[in-house]
Design a binder for this molecule. Structure first.
Ligand SMILES: [Zn+2]
Ligand SMILES: [Zn+2]
Length: 221
């Protein structure tokens, strides 16, 4: 996909997530800190049924994100930061051969000394043929718009899902972004938001984490 389209999707989804949190009275905000550049040295070869892929392993991405978050915290900001979230355009793979990346619609998280690192691939959410639709090679402009909207909604729900986990929420079985899908169609049927019970849990967890973040700062003096 073209960089312009990816940027449009990312900016839009970040904006919409921030609006969602603001309107819901949840004190979580995403701060866009830019694109991440990975060194080609991190690339690994992965054998898949469709041939050999050259990919960035999750382990390397997590290391880079962790370093980036530490750098951001050091630079200081008027926002309390203890989480970093990356959206990737490539599928998530691991050096671990049992990592099931074809099945994976949702993200990966790791906690290092209280810092949360979250990674979500946009790849499985991309509607087939989106690029040719956007380039006007097939379908109408309306079709292109509809597919782009679908793509953004899928990514936005993925983001809300991962943020839920980032604040300790587990999966649920309600009409809710915390209900993980078995198929992309199922994901499309989920509402953009949390069920009542997950919403309350998230709100509490965010309030609690603000308190504990405050304490952490005092400890550091
Ligand atoms: Zn999940
Ligand atoms: Zn729920």
């Amino acid at each position: 996909m073209e960089r312009k389209v990816i940027e449009d999707v990312v900016f839009n989804v970040v904006d919409e997530a921030n609006r969602f949190f603001a309107e819901s009275g949840i004190d979580v905000r995403l701060l866009y800190i830019g694109q991440l550049h990975l060194e080609p040295g991190y690339l690994i070869s992965l054998n898949t049924p469709e041939g050999t892929l050259r990919v960035y392993p999750l382990e390397a991405i997590i290391d880079v994100l962790h370093a980036r978050l530490l750098g951001e915290i050091e630079r200081g900001s008027n926002m309390k930061m203890n989480k970093i979230f990356a959206l990737t355009t490539f599928p998530l793979v691991s050096r671990n051969p049992y990592f099931d990346f074809y099945e994976r619609f949702l993200g990966i998280q790791e906690t290092r000394l209280g810092l949360r690192i979250m990674v979500l691939s946009m790849k499985p959410f991309e509607p087939p043929g989106l690029t040719s639709l956007l380039n006007g090679n097939k379908g109408s402009r309306e079709d292109a718009k509809k597919h782009l909207r679908l793509f953004k909604d899928r990514v936005l729900k993925g983001l809300l899902h991962e943020i839920g986990h980032g604040f300790g929420l587990g999966h649920c079985t309600n009409e809710c972004v915390m209900n993980p899908p078995d198929s992309i169609e199922e994901w499309d049927s989920r509402p953009v938001g949390y069920c009542h019970s997950c919403f309350i849990d998230l709100k509490r967890a965010v309030e609690w984490s603000e308190l504990s973040l405050g304490e952490g700062e005092r400890e550091q003096g």
